[in-house]
Design a binder for this molecule. Structure first.
Ligand SMILES: *[C@@H]1O[C@H](CO)[C@@H](O)[C@H](O)[C@H]1NC(C)=O
Length: 264
């Protein structure tokens, strides 16, 4: 009986400590969508953090390659999510929800090598079912659209809708950029093989990475889609090429339950 009481008190204190490490934040000016528990360690002063986010955004939003309304909103959302990690992530760790990353790339395109595949490799994005920091773009701005006007990944290589912003003018900017990226990456790999079949599969690969078809009206994990292309690559390209292009490294993100308060 005594032991039970002691245990109850112990767990009550432990959860009180959790509460001190996490506190709900809302009503900010710039990051107005933030309305959940954030780590008090990471965010000692939310007004300061909000101001810093706003300054960061002002400084860098003009440098985005694609500067459509959708991309700027995705960038703003990312700027805030990165500063307000959802509890129980700790000071040095943030885990973003994968959906936000996917929408960021769908709205902004990106530099060489950066595609939605980025959202599936590395350890800072986790499936939305886990505890993760959401990005908050408006879902209604996105849908699956068949890209048009591509030069390199032409209609032979891109035959199905891809996850994009609905507005075609905005989407076109992203597609053109992705098309260019696919072409550059293709060239850097294709020059190392003389096999036409292999070159063709490499082209399929990069067009598939940059224009992964939707599945059931939703964005599809590019790794599943690329699997058949990788099998084909194994038939036509040398082993090193296959290893280079078909190894998708996905480390496990930190386990939030391992977080410790900084004073222990
Ligand atoms: C797409 O490009 C390839 C060359 O890589 C060409 O053979 C094919 O005819 C083109 N398809 C269309 C529909 O233009």
């Amino acid at each position: 009986m005594k032991l039970t009481l002691i245990l109850i008190i112990f767990f009550a204190l432990a959860s009180l400590q959790d509460d001190l490490r996490c506190r709900e934040i809302s009503g900010l000016g710039f990051c107005k969508e933030i309305s959940y528990d954030v780590s008090s360690l990471y965010v000692p002063n939310e007004r300061e953090m909000d101001k810093e986010a706003s300054e960061f955004y002002s400084k860098y939003s003009g440098t985005m390659k694609v500067n459509t309304g959708e991309c700027l909103e995705a960038f703003r959302s990312y700027t805030c999510a990165s500063r307000f990690p959802k509890c129980p992530y700790c000071q040095t760790q943030n885990a973003f929800c994968r959906s936000g990353c996917v929408r960021y790339y769908a709205a902004c395109g990106c530099g060489p090598g950066d595609t939605t595949l980025t959202c599936y490799t590395g350890d800072i994005y986790v499936d939305d079912e886990q505890v993760c920091t959401p990005h908050t773009q408006d879902l209604n701005l996105y849908s699956c659209v068949l890209p048009t006007g591509l030069q390199f990944c032409n209609s032979t290589f891109v035959t199905q809708p891809v996850y994009s912003v609905k507005n075609i003018q905005s989407a076109s900017q992203v597609w053109n950029n992705m098309d260019l990226v696919a072409s550059r990456r293709y060239q850097s790999f294709a020059s190392s093989t003389s096999s036409l079949e292999c070159k063709n599969v490499i082209k399929k690969m990069f067009c598939g990475i940059n224009f992964t078809p939707c599945l059931n009206g939703q964005h599809q994990d590019p790794r599943s889609y690329l699997k058949t292309i990788c099998d084909e690559m194994a038939d036509h390209c040398d082993e090193r090429m296959v290893r280079k292009l078909c190894t998708f490294d996905t480390p496990t993100p930190p386990d939030p339950s391992k977080c410790k308060p900084s004073n222990t």
